[in-house]
Design a binder for this molecule. Structure first.
Ligand code: HEC
Length: 126
């Protein structure tokens, strides 16, 4: 009986090691994911693809009924964001504004971060 105890302890220790190494792997993945979210090199092209994919069906120059929110060219997008702080609020699902994209799920954190970074940079075209 006396020799079994250390063996069980060893096994437990091994199990713990395995669990911990799995956890560390997860963390590494998380870190690489955030580091691929580039909020430094942002210009109109970077964010236009996001608005194109999630907003332009409804907010383009042919559809002027959406409270003046037209998001389909550099000039239009810049004007909409400058004149309506609802644009950023709506994608962040802040209270008091309609949540956008309408009928769609919230944009991923990275996309929102990229848009915010672009606005904070002064909305550079290039
Ligand atoms: C399926 C169509 C559709 C999509 C996609 C869509 N919107 Fe809208 N959006 C609307 C409509 C319709 C309204 C007017 C809502 C109302 O007044 O009831 C609106 C209103 C808004 C408003 C004004 C909100 C307020 O509370 O004043 C903003 C800002 C806005 N949209 C931004 C966006 C952005 C940014 C995207 C992309 C992330 C987007 N929308 C995607 C249809 C859409």
């Amino acid at each position: 009986m006396k020799t079994i105890k250390p063996i069980i302890l060893c096994l437990c220790f091994l199990c713990l090691l395995v669990v911990f190494s799995l956890c560390t792997n997860d963390n590494e993945e998380d870190i690489t994911e955030t580091s691929t979210c580039d909020t430094i090199n942002v210009n109109y092209n970077t964010i236009a693809v996001i608005f194109d994919a999630y907003c332009l069906n409804c907010h383009n120059s042919n559809k002027t009924d959406k409270e003046g929110i037209i998001l389909d060219s550099y000039e239009n997008l810049k004007a909409s964001i400058t004149n309506y702080d609802e644009v950023l609020k709506s994608i962040k699902h802040e209270s008091g504004v309609k949540e956008m994209p309408l009928f769609g799920s919230k944009l991923e954190d990275c996309k929102i971060a990229i848009i915010e970074a672009w606005v904070n940079k002064g909305m550079p075209e290039k």
